[in-house]
Design a binder for this molecule. Structure first.
Ligand code: C2O
Ligand code: CU
Ligand code: CU
Length: 513
C-alpha cells in the first residue's frame, strides 16, 4: 500500500514537473514571440499620402465643411485590397482647418452600415457639438454641429465615439486631423506650408492578413488591446516623403488603439518640440525623442541637409510597468515609420522662433477643488461606464485639479473632453518639458498619480455630458469612461450634488479674471 502510494506520488511529481516545464516553455515562447520590430526591414517604397485639406464653403458667416462617412476599399498593402471605412474617401479623412474666432459648421453624413459619431478630440466646444456617445448618427442621417473656435492654434483630430464600438470604427479607418490657427501663431517663424514643410503624420498600427485585409482577431494576452505589427502613416505602408526645405515641421498624431510610440530619428539627431496636444509650447524644447500614447499629438521641427536620407523611428517606449506587462503591451517593440528624403537643393528656412506661445497664467491656487480619478481594471473610481449616470458636475469657467491615479499595473492614459489642461509638479519634480505645455491626453504610468490643472469651458448645459476616459480604445470600449456636465456658476451645489469619486473640499473659488 505504502509502496503504491509512493509510486503515485512519484508520478504526480513527474506530471507536475512536466506541467510546469510546459507552462514555462509556453510562457517563454509567448514572451519572446511577443516582441515586434521592423527596424531595418523596410524598403521605403511608397510615397507618403498627405490627407487633402478640405475646403469649406462660406454660408451665413460660417465655414461649412462636408464630411461623408463611407465604406470603401483601400490598398493598405500595395497590390492588395482591404475593406475599409473612411471619410470622403475609402480610408482616413481629409484635414479640416479653421482659425480662432471662426464660426464652423460640419455636416457629417453617415453612409456606414451602422450608427456612429464623430468627436472633435481636443476641441473646446459646447457638449452638444462634442460628438461623444450621445450624439449618435444613424445610417443615412446627417449630424450638423456648429460652434465657434475659441482656443489657440493646435493640432486636433476627429474620430468616432460610439460606446463599445470606438476601437473598431477607428481601426477600420475613420479618423482625420483638425488644425487650428491663430494670429499669434501665424506671425511666428515656423514652417507652415501644409504638405510641403508642414507635414501631418497620422501613425497607426495594424494587423493585416496576407491578402491585405484587416485582421479583427482579439488580442487575448495583451493587457492593452490589439497591437499591430504593421505601421501605416497617413494610411501608407512603408512610406517615404521627399522634402525641399531645410526645416520641416511634422505634426504627429498617435491614432492607434493601444500602441505607445517613442518617436525620434534613427541617427538620434535632435529636433525641436514646438507644440503638444493643446497648442504651442512657450519655447521650443530640444530633444531626440517624443513619446505619444493613443490620442496624443506633438509638433516637431527637424533640420535636414541636402540629399540625406533619415528614418523616423519608434523606439521602445517607456511604459513604466513590470517586464511581463511591458512585453505584452508593446514596451519592447520598435518600428521604422518613415524615410525622409532631402532634395539635392533645400530652400533655406529661417531659425524657428525662440518664444512661441505667450504664457497663460493658471495656478494651482486658482483651483476651486480637487477630484480624484482612480484607474483600475476596466473602470474609473470602481464604476464602469453608464450612459445614464453623470459622474461629475463642474461649474462653467472654473479651474479644478483632477488627480488621476493609475492604481493598476497596466498602462492607461487619461483624456477629458472639451478642455486642455496643464500637468502640475508632483512631490519630487516639475513636469518633464515634453509634458509641460497644454495637453488633453496624457499617459498614466502604473502606480503613478498625475495632478492635472484643468480649466473648464463656459458652455453650461446640465442636460448634455462630456466624457473623460482612458484613450486606450479597448479599455474605453469596455467601460473605462465616465461623464461630467458643466453647469452655471454656483449651480454645482444646488441642482447636481456630487458624483462618484468626488472628494473635493469646498475651498472657495478664487476668481482669476
Ligand atoms: Cu479622442 Cu473621447 O476621445
Ligand atoms: Cu476627445
Ligand atoms: Cu486604459
Amino acid at each position: 500500500m505504502a509502496r503504491a502510494l509512493r509510486r503515485i506520488l512519484a508520478w504526480a511529481v513527474v506530471v507536475a514537473g512536466l506541467g510546469a516545464a510546459v507552462l514555462l516553455a509556453t510562457g517563454c515562447a509567448l514572451y519572446s514571440g511577443a516582441r515586434t520590430s521592423t527596424v531595418g526591414e523596410l524598403g521605403f517604397e511608397n510615397e507618403l499620402a498627405i490627407p487633402p485639406l478640405l475646403e469649406p464653403h462660406e454660408e451665413d458667416g460660417q465655414k461649412v465643411f462636408e464630411l461623408t462617412l463611407q465604406q470603401g476599399r483601400a490598398e493598405l498593402l500595395p497590390g492588395t485590397r482591404a475593406e475599409t471605412w473612411g471619410v470622403n474617401g475609402s480610408y482616413l479623412g481629409p484635414t479640416l482647418r479653421a482659425a480662432r474666432g471662426d464660426r464652423v459648421e460640419v455636416r457629417v453624413r453617415n453612409e456606414l452600415p451602422e450608427a456612429t459619431t464623430i468627436h472633435w478630440h481636443g476641441m473646446h466646444l459646447p457638449a452638444f457639438a462634442d460628438g461623444g456617445p450621445h450624439q449618435l448618427i444613424e445610417p443615412r442621417e446627417t449630424w450638423t454641429p456648429s460652434w465657434t473656435i475659441e482656443q489657440p492654434a493646435a493640432t486636433l483630430w476627429y474620430h468616432p465615439h460610439p460606446h463599445g464600438r470606438t476601437a473598431e470604427h477607428v481601426y477600420r479607418g475613420v479618423a482625420g486631423l483638425f488644425l487650428l490657427d491663430d494670429r499669434e501663431a501665424d506671425r511666428l517663424s515656423l514652417p507652415r506650408e501644409y504638405g510641403a514643410d508642414d507635414i501631418p503624420l497620422v501613425v497607426q498600427d495594424k494587423r493585416l492578413h496576407d491578402d491585405g485585409s484587416l485582421d479583427f482577431s482579439q488580442a487575448w494576452i495583451s493587457p492593452t488591446g490589439r497591437l499591430g505589427d504593421t505601421i501605416l502613416v497617413n494610411g501608407t505602408y512603408d512610406p517615404y516623403v521627399e522634402i525641399h526645405d531645410q526645416r520641416v515641421r511634422f505634426r504627429l498624431l498617435n491614432g492607434s488603439a493601444a500602441r505607445v510610440y517613442n518617436i525620434g530619428f534613427a541617427d538620434d539627431r535632435q529636433f525641436d518640440l514646438v507644440a503638444t496636444d493643446g497648442g504651442l509650447l512657450e519655447a521650443p524644447y530640444r530633444t531626440a525623442r517624443i513619446q505619444l500614447s493613443p490620442g496624443e499629438r506633438a509638433e516637431i521641427v527637424a533640420s535636414f541637409r541636402p540629399r540625406e536620407r533619415v528614418v523616423l523611428r519608434s523606439f521602445e517606449p517607456e511604459l513604466g510597468t513590470n517586464f511581463w506587462e511591458e512585453r505584452f503591451a508593446g514596451g519592447d517593440d520598435s518600428f521604422d515609420m518613415l524615410q525622409v528624403r532631402a532634395a539635392a537643393a533645400l530652400d533655406p528656412s529661417p531659425d524657428i522662433a525662440a518664444r512661441l506661445a505667450t504664457r497663460q497664467h493658471m495656478h494651482a491656487d486658482d483651483a476651486a477643488r480637487t477630484r480624484r480619478f482612480e484607474l483600475d481594471g476596466r473602470s474609473i473610481n470602481d464604476a464602469d461606464f453608464d450612459i445614464a449616470r453623470i459622474d461629475q458636475t463642474v461649474e462653467a469657467g472654473s479651474v479644478e485639479i483632477w488627480e488621476v491615479r493609475n492604481a493598476s499595473g497596466t498602462p492607461h492614459n487619461f483624456h477629458p473632453h472639451g478642455v486642455s489642461f496643464r500637468l502640475l509638479a508632483d512631490d519630487v519634480s516639475e513636469p518633464p518639458p515634453a509634458l509641460a505645455g497644454w495637453k488633453d491626453t496624457i499617459y498614466a504610468p502604473p502606480g503613478k498619480t498625475l495632478r492635472l490643472l484643468v480649466r473648464f469651458g463656459d458652455y453650461p448645459d446640465p442636460h448634455t455630458a462630456y466624457m473623460f476616459h482612458c484613450h486606450l480604445l479597448q479599455h474605453e470600449d469596455r467601460g473605462m469612461m465616465g461623464q461630467y456636465i458643466v453647469v452655471e456658476r454656483g449651480g454645482a451645489s444646488s441642482a447636481h450634488r456630487t458624483g462618484h469619486g468626488d472628494l473635493g473640499e469646498a475651498t472657495p473659488s478664487k476668481e482669476s479674471r
